[in-house]
Design a protein around this ligand. Structure first.
Ligand code: MRU
Length: 370
C-alpha cells in the first residue's frame, strides 16, 4: 500500500506550465481529503479565491500572480496595447474576488507594473512580456518563502524554549508557500528543538484553525492542542500561554490590523492577562495608503457559513438573520509588535511601519515590494 503523503510536502500554490494552469490544494476539503485542482480560466481562479479553496493573504497573492500569468498567455495578439487592455480586464476581475487581504491587489499591481515597463516603456514584444510575467510570478512565490523564513527568525527571538503559543485562524504553510507567517517561529523552533506547546483556536465559522492549523502543525509533529474560540481566556488564565502569534490581511499605517474574525477578541483577552500579541506580517501586507483600521473594507460572507456549513443539518432557525464578517480589526494598542521580514515594528507604528516599508523598497530593485 502506498504511504499517505504528508500535507507539508504539497505545494500550496504552483504553476503547471505544460497545462497552463495554477495548481492548488483545495483547502475546503482538508483535512479529510487532499485534492489538487488545476485552475485555467479567469472564472475558475476567481471562484477558487472567493470560495477559499486557496486562502490566506500571501497564498492569495501568489495564486493571483500565477493566475494573471496563465490568463495572459491566452491573449492572442502581438500589439502590446491590445494585450494590456485585456490584461487589465483580467486583473480587475481577479482583484474583485476578495476585498480585505491587500496581497491580492498588491501582487496584481506588481504584475501590471512589470508588464507596462517591458511592453510600453522598453518596447519589448508581447511574447517577451509574457515571459517577464512568468518570472515575476515565480519571484513572488520564491520571495514568499524567504520572507516567511525571516519572519520566523524575527518571531523566534520573542519567545523561549518550552513556551506556550496561541494562534488564531490559519496563518500557516497552507496560507503561504512555506513556513506560514504566524507559524514560522513555531516551525523554526521545531527545527531547533524548542518544544513549544501550541494552542490553535478552531476559528468559526470556516474552521481554518481546526481544519488547517491543527492539521498542518500536527502533521509536522508539533505539540498542538485544539481550542474552541471561546476558550482562549481559560488557557491564558491558567498561565499556559506566553505569546500569541497571528497573521494579518492588511495592516493600516497606524498599526491597526485586519485579520480573521475573532482576532480582536483574542487580542483583548491577551491584553487582560498580560500576554503579548504579535502580528506576523510580510511587508507586502502593510498598506500605508490606508490610514487606520476604520478604512479597511471588511468582507461579509453568506450566512449559511454560520448556520449550515459543516453541520449535518442546519443549527439555527430557518430565516434567522446572520451577521458574518470574515475579518475584524485589532486596535494597534492591543498589539505588542508587528513581526516583519525586516524586524519587529513597535509603537508608534506610524513611524516604525514606514521604516519597514522603506527597508523593503530599498531591498528590491525595479518591480519591487511596495
Ligand atoms: O479567510 P481566510 O482563510 O483567507 O483568512 C486568513 C487569515 O485571516 C490569515 O490569518 C491571514 O490571511 C494571514 S495568512 C499568512
Amino acid at each position: 500500500m502506498q504511504e499517505k503523503k504528508n500535507i507539508m510536502d504539497y505545494d500550496t500554490v504552483a504553476l503547471d506550465e505544460e497545462r497552463n494552469a495554477v495548481v492548488i490544494i483545495d483547502q475546503t476539503l482538508l483535512p479529510g481529503r487532499t485534492e489538487l485542482i488545476a485552475l485555467k480560466t479567469a472564472q475558475e481562479i476567481w471562484d477558487a479565491i472567493y470560495l477559499l479553496k486557496v486562502r490566506g493573504a500571501p497564498a492569495i497573492g501568489v495564486a493571483a500572480a500565477m493566475g494573471i500569468y496563465v490568463l495572459s498567455r491566452e491573449i492572442d495578439t502581438k500589439d502590446f496595447e491590445v494585450f494590456y487592455k485585456r490584461f487589465c480586464e483580467y486583473k480587475e476581475f481577479l482583484d474583485s474576488a476578495r476585498p480585505t487581504a491587500v496581497n491580492l491587489s498588491w501582487a496584481l499591481r506588481r504584475m501590471e507594473k512589470v508588464a507596462v515597463k517591458a511592453g510600453r516603456e522598453e518596447g519589448k514584444s508581447v511574447a517577451a512580456v509574457k515571459e517577464i510575467l512568468r518570472l515575476e510570478a515565480q519571484n513572488i512565490r520564491e520571495e514568499d518563502i524567504r520572507v516567511c523564513r525571516r519572519i520566523g527568525e524575527n518571531g523566534l527571538a520573542l519567545v523561549k524554549p518550552g513556551d506556550g503559543i496561541l494562534t488564531h485562524c490559519n496563518a500557516g504553510q497552507l496560507a503561504t508557500i512555506k513556513y506560514g507567517t504566524a507559524t514560522a517561529p513555531i516551525y523554526l523552533g521545531q527545527e531547533r528543538g524548542y518544544g513549544f506547546r501550541v494552542y490553535a483556536d478552531e476559528t468559526r465559522p470556516l474552521l481554518q484553525g481546526a481544519r488547517l492549523t491543527a492539521y498542518e502543525l500536527h502533521s509536522a509533529g508539533v505539540d498542538v492542542t485544539l481550542l474552541c474560540d471561546n476558550m482562549s481566556a481559560s488557557v491564558m488564565a491558567k498561565g499556559l500561554v506566553n505569546a500569541v502569534f497571528v497573521g494579518c490581511d492588511r495592516v493600516a499605517a497606524n498599526g491597526d490590523t485586519a485579520n480573521k474574525i475573532g482576532t480582536s477578541v483574542v487580542a483583548a483577552v491577551a491584553k487582560h492577562y498580560g500576554v503579548p500579541l504579535y502580528v506576523c506580517a510580510p511587508t507586502s501586507t502593510i498598506d500605508l495608503e490606508t490610514p487606520t483600521g476604520a478604512q479597511i473594507r471588511i468582507e461579509e460572507r453568506p450566512g449559511e457559513e454560520v448556520t449550515q456549513m459543516w453541520y449535518r443539518e442546519p443549527m439555527a432557525p430557518e430565516g434567522i438573520k446572520v451577521y458574518n464578517p470574515a475579518f475584524d480589526v485589532t486596535d494597534h494598542d492591543l498589539i505588542e509588535g508587528i513581526v516583519t521580514e525586516y524586524g519587529v515594528a513597535r509603537a508608534p507604528y506610524t513611524e516604525s511601519l514606514q521604516k519597514m516599508k522603506q527597508d523593503a523598497l530599498s531591498a528590491t530593485s525595479g518591480g519591487g515590494n511596495e
